[in-house]
Design a protein around this ligand. Structure first.
Ligand code: PDD
Length: 288
């Protein structure tokens, strides 16, 4: 990841340098993680699946009753301006919306607050990322998160601990497991290829409905690749011919090792290569 200090950041209607951008210490996003976010990939200086990300942002705000003052076009134009100013060709655009600023109080219902909005970009090589060619190694860990993982909140401590634990164990990431079933990755959805079909856990409160996940499902269906949404247990995972992760930050990432055991022959499989290819072709055709 490249660090740039001369980047522009949007905060509540104004543009600041990265050094000067700030929010109140009484912001409920800071005090209570009372906030939601979206991460949208940028390719060729354009947004990937922006409409779908905006729709999920509005859904997340609705679930938490955070006031929605936002029009898609306004957010889109702010992101465009940041992408241009920050000369971002490939990377990520983050939109973070908190409930706003208030005296610290668990009860937020006393008066309606003005949401805080922060938007920033980050340079990242997604397509040329080595992991997408050689694959990643993962371990399974208990899913310690709250139970509304379908809402994209900034309560990311459990995921952050799971990812850090994986790296400390010498691998790349963690898969979160609950009652013997695989939910998802620390910041990605999970798919396996077994018995000639692709399987990914069905949507529920246990997982985030990933935008990349739903594109992959759609593209598989269009291309007559059999795909099922159903629970995946540890045995299914350990005996899969192929495993892969999907997210805005990694697109389609092959997994070559789980809990110290090789997936298939330990090399990136043909099915995931095919899906990577289809995915990139299809999103490039509708950049925003
Ligand atoms: N995370 N599941 C979890 C828990 C996630 O945090 C993410 C994305 C996904 C994949 O969703 P999508 O395909 O819409 O990116 C699934 C983002 C990338 C992040 O927090 O960085």
């Amino acid at each position: 990841m490249l660090e740039k200090n001369n980047q522009t950041v949007y905060v509540n209607g104004e543009f600041f340098s990265k050094k000067e951008a700030s929010i109140s210490v009484f912001d409920r996003g800071f005090l209570f993680s009372d906030s939601v976010y979206e991460v949208t990939a940028v390719l060729d200086g354009k947004l990937v699946d922006w409409k779908e990300h905006f729709a999920r942002l509005i859904r997340s705000l609705g679930h938490l009753n955070i006031e929605n003052n936002f029009q898609e076009e306004d957010f889109y134009q702010i992101q465009r301006k940041l992408i241009n100013e920050n000369q971002l060709k490939e990377g990520l655009c983050y939109v973070q919306v908190t409930r706003g600023i208030a005296e610290r109080d668990f009860n937020f219902a006393k008066k309606s607050l003005l949401p805080t909005v922060v938007i920033f970009t980050q340079e990242k090589q997604i397509l040329k990322n080595a992991a997408s060619k050689v694959g990643v190694k993962i371990i399974t860990v208990p899913d310690d998160r709250w139970r509304r993982r379908d809402i994209k909140t900034t309560q990311l401590l459990a995921q952050s601990l799971a990812k850090t634990h994986a790296v400390q164990e010498g691998v790349d990431d963690s898969l979160l497991v609950q009652g013997g079933f695989i939910n998802e990755g620390s910041s990605s959805n999970v798919f396996i290829f077994k018995d000639e079909r692709i399987i990914t856990p069905s949507l529920s409160n246990d997982i985030l409905g990933g935008i990349t996940r739903s594109s992959v499902i759609k593209f598989c269906q269009i291309n007559n690749i059999e795909i099922k949404e159903q629970k995946i247990n540890i045995d299914d995972l350990m005996n899969a011919q192929e495993v892969f992760l999907t997210s805005a930050t990694g697109f389609v990432l092959p997994v070559i090792e789980v809990n110290g055991r090789r997936v298939g022959n330990g090399l990136v499989g043909d099915t995931v290569k095919k899906i990577q290819h289809i995915y990139v072709e299809q999103i490039k055709a509708k950049l925003f």
